[in-house]
Design a protein. Structure first.
Length: 430
């Protein structure tokens, strides 16, 4: 067999074992004008390794640019997992294939491996890799080009919100897979006829929960972590020993940005792992997703109003004053209301010593309950913990608390079998 024949056979064998992912006819965050993130996230299979992958765009006739842009960062991740990724397009002037070309997304792999290269997309549908200060400037410049002719305060406000979100993803969203650095991704869509900007910022970093827990007590869920991050001075350096104090991070960015979004009658969705929080003009709601996004994703829809009058500095000062009051109230109550137990720190990787559990319970847990504190029990890095240990540690405290135990005891970062055992102890003792 000659060389050409061998290569053809090799391609045919690869094609036969390729994993083919076909976009559905509609690929969007919205379904019948209602956001459905779970349905969209179900498309992504993050477990594929060392396999040729074909992503078929040809069957998708209706798509959203921000949703479609996620296929680029997904392709980067698959590439880092040893996959050869191919995007299959058709030649029609509409549908996902045309939109993919319009964003300049065909250049995703040269962009991944060359920090000097950027996507070359349509002026009103640009796609960006966010890796450094130059990329940051390009994103801001692109956003500001849409607001020319609007109130100068509007330009400043959009710049502020966007800058904070970009800083966050640059600082905490960088993802290294072996020798490959996967950048954050930014995509804008400018609907000129209705003066509306929609943009998405997505990364495959550690996620909000892990980031927050580097400086704060463990949190029960990803959605709780997102809401916690929206509070004033949470992710920054105000009077706490945290790992970001050298980075001039004041912890106000998400708090002020989310409040500005609400004031401007805009919508913001924040996804991180299994958590989803929606910030709207009316309220802030949360839910848990069945299909996670590995890092963090922020989706914003903002309609620019030409006749709106406001002063950004006054609005920000109002938010800062409210934040100071909230922080003073929160600091005094929070420090006195929680008792955090790191099981790994006290009992090690295998928390199995029943006698040690009884001693710890009598010395530390009973007094905390007497003081009215909530218990946060963190099982991070704990491989196993049998029923005898957990019962010795928690059964009597649960009996004392009664049904209130379901509110006063939070278990975080526990393996499923540990979680199930604790649930059984809760049910058995209430």
């Amino acid at each position: 067999m000659n060389h050409e024949g061998f290569e053809e056979l090799k391609r045919e064998l690869e094609k036969q074992r390729a994993e083919r992912l076909t976009l559905p006819p509609r690929f969007s965050f919205k379904e019948h004008d209602v956001y459905n993130f779970d349905r969209l996230m179900s498309f992504f299979n993050w477990e594929i390794h060392n396999t040729p992958v074909e992503i078929d765009l040809t069957q998708c006739h209706t798509a959203n640019y921000q949703a479609l842009s996620l296929l680029a960062i997904y392709g980067w991740q698959l590439k880092s997992q040893g996959c050869r990724v191919t995007y299959i397009e058709n030649d029609r002037g509409t549908g996902a294939s045309a939109m993919w070309r319009s964003m300049g997304a065909r250049g995703l792999f040269p962009v991944l491996f060359n920090e000097e290269q950027q996507f070359k997309g349509h002026q009103f549908k640009p796609l960006f890799a966010l890796r450094n200060a130059a990329d940051f400037g390009s994103v801001i410049q692109s956003a500001e080009s849409y607001t020319k002719g609007f109130n100068v305060e509007y330009e400043s406000t959009l710049r502020y919100v966007l800058s904070e979100l970009l800083y966050n993803t640059m600082e905490h969203g960088t993802c290294y897979q072996g020798s490959i650095r996967i950048p954050s991704l930014v995509q804008f869509t400018w609907y000129k006829s209705r003066n509306e900007i929609q943009f998405i910022i997505a990364d495959l970093g550690i996620g909000i929960k892990k980031h927050i827990e580097q400086a704060f007590p463990p949190l029960e869920s990803d959605e709780e972590a997102i809401e916690f991050a929206l509070r004033a001075k949470v992710s920054g350096t105000f009077g706490r020993s945290d790992p970001y104090r050298t980075k001039n991070n004041a912890g106000m960015g998400l708090y002020i940005s989310s409040n500005i979004i609400r004031r401007l009658n805009a919508d913001m969705h924040v996804l991180s792992r299994n958590g989803l929080v929606h910030i709207s003009p009316r309220d802030v709601t949360q839910r848990r997703l069945n299909n996670p996004w590995p890092g963090t994703l922020v989706l914003v829809s903002l309609r620019l109003e030409r006749n709106t009058t406001f002063l950004l500095h006054k609005m920000m000062q109002e938010f800062r004053d409210a934040a100071d009051k909230e922080q003073k109230l929160g600091d005094s109550s929070e420090e006195n209301s929680r008792f955090v137990i790191g099981i790994f720190n006290f009992f090690g990787k295998y928390a199995e010593d029943k006698e040690a559990a009884i001693k710890f319970r009598d010395k530390r847990i009973f007094p905390a309950i007497d003081e009215g504190k909530s218990l946060i029990i963190d099982f991070d890095n704990v491989v196993s913990s049998p029923h005898s240990f957990l019962s010795a540690l928690l059964a009597s405290p649960i009996k004392i608390l009664g049904m209130n135990a379901y509110k006063k005891i939070k278990v975080v970062n526990a393996a499923p079998e540990i979680r199930e055992t604790i649930d059984f102890i809760l049910d058995d003792n209430t």
